[in-house]
Design a protein around this ligand. Structure first.
Ligand code: CDP
Length: 233
C-alpha cells in the first residue's frame, strides 16, 4: 500500500470514554493498526525521565521539561513500529513495553502533554506512522490537530459516573480496589487538564460524529462505528 492510500479513523474523547477499547476492536475488524497516541506520550515521558532523571518530585521534572530544545527531543531516538499487527514503542531501539505505564510516568505525563515541543514530536511520530499503514488512532486531539483532514472522525463521551465505574472495573481486574469517589476526583482533575491545556486541548471537532456511550455496551458502540464506516468506505 502506498502512503497516499492510507486511511485514518480518529477517535477522540476524555479519559474513560471507551475510546481505546473501541479503537482496538475497530482496527481489528477493519484490518487496520490501532495507533495509541497516549502510549506515545507515555513513551516520550519515559525517555525524558531516563535522559534527565525523574526529578525529586513531578514538579521538579516539569521544570526541566520547560528548558528543553527541539534537538534535545529529536535526540531521544523514539520510534513507533508494528510487530504482529500491534504498535510497538521503542526507545533507542528497545521496546519500552510496560515501563511506560508505571505510576511515576503517569504522574509526570502532564508536563509532556502541556508542552508544545513535545506535542509536536508526538504528532510527527503519528504522522510518520500513518505513512506505513491504515490506522485507527485514539487520543485527545487526533481529529482536531493531528489529522484534521481525515473524513472519518468520532468523538466518544460518557457521564463522569459511568467513566469512573469503567475505570473501577479495570482496576479490579488488575487487583486494585480503589473507592469510586477517589476515581471520580481523579477523572475530574484529568478532564480539567485535558480540556484547558494551552495546546492540543480536548475538543470535539465540528465534523466529528459524537457518540454518548453512557448507556451503550462496547458491542453497540462498535456496531455504530462500523455502520458509519460502511457508509463511507
Ligand atoms: O487512558 P487515557 O486516555 O486516560 O490515558 P492515555 O491514553 O494513556 O494517555 C495518557 C495521557 O496523555 C492522558 O492523560 C492525556 O492527558 C495525554 N494525551 C494527550 O494529551 N493527547 C493525546 N492525543 C493522547 C493522550
Amino acid at each position: 500500500m502506498n502512503s497516499a492510500s492510507c486511511r485514518i479513523i480518529s477517535i477522540d474523547g476524555p479519559a474513560g470514554s471507551g475510546k481505546s477499547t473501541i479503537a482496538k476492536q475497530l482496527a481489528q475488524k477493519l484490518g487496520f493498526i490501532h495507533a495509541d497516541s497516549g502510549a506515545i506520550y507515555r513513551t516520550l515521558t519515559r525517555a525524558l525521565m531516563d535522559q534527565l532523571g525523574p526529578g525529586q518530585d513531578p514538579e521538579d521534572f516539569g521544570k526541566r521539561i520547560g528548558n528543553l530544545s527541539e534537538s534535545d527531543i529529536q535526540n531521544l531516538k523514539i520510534e513507533i513500529g508494528i510487530e504482529n499487527g500491534i504498535q510497538v514503542n521503542r526507545i533507542n531501539g528497545n521496546d519500552a513495553g510496560e515501563s511506560i505505564r508505571t505510576p511515576e510516568v503517569t504522574s509526570r505525563i502532564k508536563f509532556i502533554a502541556d508542552t508544545m515541543l513535545c506535542r509536536e514530536e508526538v504528532n510527527r511520530l503519528l504522522r510518520q506512522f500513518s505513512l506505513k499503514t491504515d490506522l485507527v488512532a485514539d487520543g485527545r486531539d487526533i481529529g482536531s490537530v493531528v489529522f484534521p483532514e481525515t473524513p472519518y472522525k468520532f468523538f466518544l463521551e460518557a457521564s463522569i459516573e459511568i467513566r469512573a465505574e469503567r475505570r473501577k472495573k479495570d482496576f479490579i481486574k488488575q487487583g486494585n480496589e480503589i473507592p469510586l469517589a477517589e476515581i471520580i476526583k481523579d477523572i475530574q482533575k484529568r478532564d480539567e487538564e485535558d480540556r484547558n491545556r494551552p495546546v492540543g486541548a480536548l475538543i470535539c471537532p465540528k465534523d466529528a460524529i459524537l457518540i454518548d456511550t453512557s448507556t451503550m455496551s462496547t458491542e453497540v458502540v462498535l456496531g455504530c462505528l462500523m455502520s458509519e464506516m460502511q457508509l463511507q468506505f
